[in-house]
Design a protein around this ligand. Structure first.
Ligand code: TYD
Ligand code: MG
Length: 432
């Protein structure tokens, strides 16, 4: 068929031929065994291998699990190859055997990069290879502790006719490497490029096969990169790792709040600082808003780094509950530093920034806030109030607006905690 009967697109179908042994059925299972009571199943030795990068280890939940398969995705050029070469080098310098297979660069090119980022180690093996069968043979012969495949889209199984990067190829490559990884206890990292739609090119289908899915994100123009876990069979999915791209490769950022606040200009309107949580870590970020009278028939809402729908709700709350004439204004909201905030606890920051810009009044530069805003204009309790307050104090903030309903009424010496119930009440604190 030239046309997909489902979506109506032309030329979108890919031929997939059955192959002996491989294909969809290939998985972790060995010969079938009879069911056993859960109490009698032997627990695996989950000794994790620390990579030597605390940020990577924390993201993975404590290190690489032997025999696990990790898929790491990101835009081309974001630094996936660099990161994994650095991880490879750290492991190799601990005496572990690492095989880095690249279908994108020659071994000479990788060597040049390795020299630049200080990744020269005799235990780090390189191979420029695109044929799956050859890669599996290398793996069988070498039995490395870690195998890195850069990238899944350049690798192809000889038995399949479809081009590399097609759904059937990508799926075949992943499932055969999964089998190798489970049978030989080789930890495997698959690098995948992400398409514009934001899924691993073609195969969103891959995400359920692998143990862990990580995205490496960031703006090309900014130096900061965030490692974010979206699936983890061996740990939490809320952790992130923050890196900075430098001349000598990626560097860990152990004090991210400082960076995200570095360029903050104080005493200007439309800027507020909020304490958000990324995983188990509090993060101070600056939220900026610009409100201007609209000249079009529809007011514009442009949001970067936060959810547009969330901002729309908050604007409606401000309009209805506080009486701000926002429907006659264009609204621009930006989270500084290229961060993306995903939790509702940042609501108060957005509200404060918008109010400050609309009233043309700067906020107290030594004040932070956090809290979720409900539709009736109430400020709702959020989790992890104590560590947020602590982080704020560490950065020298003197006052913090937070939900009054927060349990335990967190207190911290050196910072005034102002518990509030409504957005309206907050306006009186922000603009006395
Ligand atoms: P790369 O790891 O090749 O990206 P990916 O594998 O995700 O496509 O890195 C891409 C960019 O990183 C490249 O444009 C140059 C930059 N870079 C540095 O700034 N410093 C370095 O030390 C290295 C190795 C790369
Ligand atoms: Mg690359």
């Amino acid at each position: 068929m030239g046309r997909c009967p489902e979506c109506g697109n032309w030329g979108s179908l890919v031929e997939e031929r059955p192959t002996a042994g491989g294909g969809r059925g290939a998985g972790v299972r060995g010969p079938s065994a009879s069911p056993v009571p859960v109490t009698e199943v032997e627990g695996p030795a989950l000794a994790r291998i620390p990579t030597g990068f605390p940020e990577v280890d924390r993201t993975l939940g404590g290190g690489v699990v032997p025999g696990s398969v990790v898929l790491i995705g990101g835009d081309p050029g974001i630094g996936k190859s660099t990161l994994l070469l650095q991880v490879a080098a750290r492991l190799a310098s601990q005496g572990r055997k690492v095989l880095y297979v690249s279908g994108e660069e020659s071994t000479e090119q990788i060597r040049v990069r390795a020299e630049r980022i200080d990744a020269m180690s005799p235990h780090l093996y390189l191979a420029a290879e695109t044929l799956l069968e050859a890669i599996i043979e290398h793996g069988e012969r070498m039995r490395p502790d870690l195998l890195i495949l850069d990238s899944i889209q350049t690798t192809s199984a000889g038995a399949l006719e479809s081009p590399p990067g097609s759904i059937s190829q990508v799926r075949e490559v992943a499932s055969r490497l999964l089998t190798l990884s489970k049978e030989r206890a080789i930890s495997t990292c698959l690098i995948g490029h992400v398409t514009k739609e934001g899924s691993f090119a073609g195969p969103k289908a891959l995400e359920h096969i692998v143990d862990t899915v990580i995205y490496f994100e960031g703006e090309q123009q900014h130096a900061y990169r965030i490692l974010r876990v979206t699936k983890n069979r061996f740990g939490s999915t809320h952790e992130i790792g923050i890196f900075e791209m430098t001349e000598a490769g990626l560097k860990e950022v152990d004090n991210p709040s400082r960076i995200f606040l570095a360029e903050r200009s104080q005493g200007v309107t439309g800027s507020a600082v909020v304490v958000t949580m990324e995983g188990t870590r509090p993060l101070l970020v600056e939220i900026q808003a610009l409100i201007a009278p609209t000249h079009a028939s529809f007011p514009r809402r442009v949001v970067t780094g936060a959810d547009l729908n969330r901002v729309a709700i908050l604007l409606a709350v401000l309009e209805k509950r506080v009486g701000m004439p926002l429907s006659a204004c264009d609204v621009f909201v930006n989270v500084a530093g290229g961060v993306r905030i995903t939790e509702p606890a940042a609501d108060l920051g957005i509200v404060a920034a918008v109010a400050s810009s609309l009233r043309n009044a700067p906020l107290d530069p030594r004040m932070v806030c956090f809290g979720e805003v409900g539709l009736t204009g109430e400020i709702r309790a959020v989790r992890h109030a104590a560590p947020r307050l602590h982080e704020a104090r560490q950065f020298g903030f003197a006052r913090c607006i937070l939900p009054e309903t927060n349990e335990g009424k967190p207190r911290e010496a050196g910072i005034e905690a102002i518990g509030l119930r409504t957005v309206d009440a907050m306006m009186h604190v922000l603009f006395p």
